[in-house]
Write a protein of this length. Structure first.
Length: 364
């Protein structure tokens, strides 16, 4: 099965299935990608069996396989420079192709490198984690971190092809599955209450990789993001709703220095919970719906900020929130919920207001 994402300047397919990454040559031909040179940049955590089979499915032309250990700590210009150097030394041109196999960090870095090398290389994204399959692989956001914060440097550059293959999920630890589930949950909260109820009733089945429920969750989530991206590719308005919970989440990650103590998806769960509480605090989200969200996140066991932060961390968290790229004033811009499936854009709050609210969470 496949979906098409149609933006103002580009139309590209997202392929869904099991073992469909091994149809790579057929997929390249279907999309008129005929590279003389091809580089596969992969995360070294990809199972060797899958990588070996993928390598054997490619035509024996000038293929380069380049493995890296991806993490938030290497999501920077140094890693991009390594990729650009390989492309340059091997005389890649715009008709050649870069394939990324890895999670969201690998996709973000590789997409960014592909978008700036000779102003654009053919790019195929094969996301290998649930989080990257339902979120970062769709929509054309590329980016790296710097000292100011997360994803501060990047471009909007749509891929040529996305291949979502459930085979990669079989090797993921439960913690990684929960990370991806966080983004699926976010999509339901900003767009579809029925989908939220489905997730609430079936999350254990999804996390245990039941094929039918997992496929439905991934496909539904991708459809939501696809429809939003098609309406607002460059994040001028509606696409900002995809940041629900993320202003808090990115600040949480940055405060901890992108440590393994709290990864992106876990930070998103905490961010969703915090944004939902703030929405209720501002008399937007009804208490009964907040309770539904709270109870569900409690089932996932990521419902307590105090497990990760102390009250004296608040100033640092606030400082990163102020630097968030969605802000263009001294106030903090938050996406909130009026009710499940009804996000509210452009809510500006003073630093004092947000600080007071965060402090209250540690006093309970």
């Amino acid at each position: 099965m496949k979906l098409f994402v149609k933006t103002k300047d580009k139309k590209y397919p997202i392929y869904f299935g099991v073992n469909n990454c091994f149809k790579i040559e057929k997929i390249l031909e279907q999309n008129k990608i005929y590279p003389k040179k091809l580089i596969v940049i992969y995360d070294r955590n990809i199972p060797k069996k899958i990588l070996s089979k993928f390598r054997n499915k490619l035509k024996k032309n000038k293929n380069i396989f380049f493995g890296l250990h991806f993490s938030e700590k290497v999501k920077n210009f140094n890693t991009v420079k390594k990729i650009l150097n390989v492309l340059g030394k091997n005389n890649f041109n715009r008709d050649d192709c870069l394939i990324s196999i890895g999670g969201g960090i690998a996709g973000d870095i590789c997409a960014f490198a592909a978008s700036i090398y000779k102003r654009g290389l053919k790019f195929v994204n094969i996301p290998s984690t649930l989080l990257s399959q339902v979120d970062s692989s769709i929509g054309g956001k590329t980016g790296i971190n710097n000292f100011i914060g997360k994803n501060m440097i990047g471009t909007f550059s749509q891929p040529n092809v996305v291949i979502i293959d459930i085979i990669f999920l079989k090797s993921l630890p439960k913690r990684e599955m929960i990370c991806g589930y966080a983004e699926i949950l976010k999509h339901s909260l900003i767009s579809n209450k029925k989908f939220f109820i489905f997730l609430k009733n079936n999350f254990k089945s999804i996390l245990n990789l039941n094929l039918n429920t997992t496929k439905k969750a991934i496909l539904s989530s991708c459809k939501i993001k696809k429809e939003i991206v098609e309406k607002d590719e460059k994040e001028n308005n509606l696409r900002k709703t995809l940041n629900y919970g993320h202003t808090f989440a990115h600040a949480f990650e940055s405060t901890l220095g992108y440590s393994n103590k709290l990864n992106h998806g876990e930070a998103v769960l905490l961010g969703i919970l915090t944004a939902s509480k703030f929405s209720n605090n501002e008399k937007l989200l009804p208490k009964n719906e907040l309770k539904m969200i709270e109870n569900h996140i409690k089932e996932l066991k990521y419902n307590n900020l105090k497990n990760y932060f102390k009250k004296n961390n608040i100033n640092k968290i606030l400082n990163f929130m102020i630097k968030d790229k969605k802000n263009n004033s001294k106030d903090i811009n938050l996406i909130l919920l009026k009710k499940i499936s009804k996000p509210v854009l452009n809510n500006r709050y003073s630093q004092f207001k947000v600080k007071t609210f965060l402090s209250s969470l540690f006093d309970k």
